[in-house]
Write a protein that binds this ligand. Structure first.
Ligand code: F6R
Length: 608
């Protein structure tokens, strides 16, 4: 979702900004633009489509000389993807240029006010009001004008701004949308995310809520929204640029699937010592764990699906009641929260607007919030009471894979911690579960080694119109994620159903040749799911079954079977997801789609 890069320094700005934007392509976008100060005026160039179009139009930035500028990849919210709606936007005189990530909620009121004062607007965007509003307040001091404008703006934003009258400076500000800054010998930078800056610096400043930044060639200054200067320490980024590049794989998605054994290991092993579970970040002793009345898991998309699995594991293992909510629903449904409840928010990016809002709502109501987050220093990580990081490393592909797997591990660890504190499992059971967890990375490797057969199977289904994923209990949770993986990157209509619910309506959609992926890993539900397989088979479905390696009798009813190595029933999703992710990936590849950048989707959904 919208990427921002800004640079001021000794070198030509445009090529640096275009290169930085290319590192943010994973966020998803539909148009791009840059504004460069050439010593006399601000020049703007924009293009619809991939960044390479803007690179061509500007000859890799050569046609836009200048040492300071801002750039943007836009994911349309207000107004179609077009040159006029693409950022940067300027004031009427073209003396202030601005890029924006987020949504200005009161833009209509602001726009009407500015129109009544004689301002004219060209685009359909919410963003265009901001350079005009800054212009309205501008009396020669950018900081003062930005601060006044910020006090009038409602919504979420990160901005990069340049002023013709202040050629040696770039300004930036943020509220509820990600923005970082950095400085090196080459100059000073702003960006939406770390990969854009890693080439130049590992010391990153995370801009806080409603803060303003002023950058000059060798300087960086931070201010609160009333222009009081702040001091800030940089955070050192430990991972390498390589981790954010494809490393010989065709796509980031397949690279990240192959990283899952390591991701699982990295999330798990630091929290195991002498075969006990230590989650220091939880900050709760056994007595405090026992005092938790209820758990609310809140997240979006795949992170929500991880939460659905989490509910089964927490309730089944630790006998603690769990609600799982989609964050965009939770924040507006006036949820019943008690101060003894624990809210767990889950987010790969740590920037998802709805999840962040749910976190704030829960904290306001007096609940402690634990965040399971992948991106260090992200908004959710900074605002939660406690943070449990999933050490998946940077995830670039829009469709999440390794971060989802790491989220499952974090949830298993928490559930085991709760279960042992509450005495619902004894130490023998705990140790046996820990052994199962430790085996998962190797078992995932084993499944990855069988990718050829999944690729062959996927190639047969590139023409599918509808696919249904069915399962019961934990298998239903994985069906939801399997279905999302397929539909989001292959554009094949797909739905997940609790297998027992099929005959209450959906079974009427099953016809000759419809692909049904049935997940049957739960011992106590196995025969029930097999009955559901028989039901869809008798209506003509072609059944792909995913089950444990000892359930060979399933071959009597299913057409194609993927066997999983043995693990505890609670943890089967960590294995079942691998063939389902591979299936989605290979169908998308088979259809020739842009796997890492599916249409209409963004990596980090920082708007509501
Ligand atoms: C699907 C996917 C999304 C995200 C969702 C939440 O592959 O990636 O469904 O899981 O947008 O994002 P985070 O985890 O960043 O909060």
């Amino acid at each position: 979702m919208c990427g921002i890069v800004g640079y001021i320094g000794k070198r030509q700005a445009a090529p640096i900004i275009l290169d930085g934007l290319s590192k943010l392509e994973y966020r998803g976008y539909d148009s791009a633009g840059i504004a460069i100060f050439d010593g006399e005026k601000i020049n703007v160039s924009k293009a619809v489509g991939r960044l390479r179009v803007l690179q061509e139009v500007t000859h890799g930035g050569e046609t836009m000389p200048g040492l300071a500028g801002i750039g943007h990849t836009r994911w349309a919210t207000h107004g179609e993807p077009s040159n006029v709606n693409a950022h940067p936007h300027t004031n009427t005189a073209g003396t202030i240029a601005l890029v924006h990530n987020g949504i200005i909620e009161n833009y209509i009121a602001l726009k009407n006010r500015l129109i009544s004062k004689g301002y004219e607007f060209k685009s359909d965007t919410d963003t265009e009001v901001v350079p005009q509003l800054i212009d309205y307040y501008y009396k020669g001091d950018p900081l003062e004008a930005i601060s006044k404008a910020l006090h009038r703006i409602e919504g979420a934003y990160s901005f990069g701004i340049i002023f013709k009258d202040h050629p040696g400076e770039i300004y930036a500000a943020r509220k509820s949308s990600p923005l970082i800054a950095g400085i090196s010998e080459e100059g000073a930078f702003i960006a939406s995310d770390v990969p854009a800056l890693l080439k130049y610096t590992r010391n990153i400043y995370y801009i806080g809520e409603e803060e303003i930044v002023r950058l000059a060639e060798n300087e960086i200054h931070f201010y609160d929204s009333d222009c009081e200067e702040l001091t800030k320490e940089p955070v050192e980024i430990k991972w390498d640029q390589d981790a954010a590049e494809k490393g010989g794989f065709d796509h980031f998605m397949i690279k990240e699937i192959y990283e899952e054994p390591r991701t699982v290991r990295d999330t798990l092993m630091p929290r195991l010592k002498n075969d006990e579970i230590f989650i220091e970040e939880l900050g709760m002793d056994d007595e405090e764990i026992r005092a938790v009345g209820k758990i609310h898991i809140v997240a979006c998309g795949s992170a929500y699906h991880a939460g659905v699995t989490g509910r089964y594991v927490f309730e089944g293992m630790a006998r603690v009641p769990v609600d799982v909510d989609i964050a965009s629903e939770f924040r507006y449904r006036n949820p019943i929260l008690d101060e003894t409840d624990l809210v767990i928010v889950i987010s790969q990016s740590g920037e998802t607007a709805d999840t962040l809002a749910a976190l704030r709502e829960s904290r306001q109501r007096g609940c402690k919030v634990l965040a399971i987050v992948n991106v260090v220093g992200s908004s959710i990580a900074r605002e939660a009471d406690r943070v449990m990081y999933t050490w998946a490393g940077p995830e670039i592909s829009v469709a999440t894979t390794k971060a989802y797997s790491a989220q499952l591990i974090a949830l298993y660890l928490l559930a085991l911690k709760f279960a042992s504190a509450k005495g619902t499992i004894d130490s023998t059971e705990l140790h046996s579960y820990i052994e199962d967890l430790k085996r998962l990375p190797d078992q995932i490797e084993l499944l990855l080694a069988r990718q050829k057969s999944i690729q062959r199977f996927a190639n047969r289904y590139v023409g599918a119109k509808d696919v249904f994923f069915i399962g019961r209990g934990i298998d239903y949770a994985i069906s939801m994620e399997g279905s999302l993986k397929l539909k989001e990157i292959s554009y094949i209509h797909s739905e997940a159903y609790a297998a027992g619910e099929l005959k209450h309506g959906t079974i009427s959609l099953i016809e000759e040749g419809t692909l049904v992926a049935a997940v049957a890993t739960q011992k106590d539900l196995y025969s029930k799911t097999v009955s559901n397989i028989v039901e869809v088979k008798s209506r003509g479905a072609f059944v792909l079954a995913v089950t444990n390696e000892y359930n060979t009798d399933i071959e009597k009813v299913a057409d194609y079977v993927i066997y999983l190595p043995e693990t505890a029933s609670w943890f089967t999703n960590s294995l079942a997801i691998i063939p389902l992710q591979l299936f989605g990936y290979y169908v998308s590849v088979g259809k020739g789609y842009d796997v890492d950048h599916p249409r209409n989707l963004a990596k980090s959904v920082t708007v509501e």
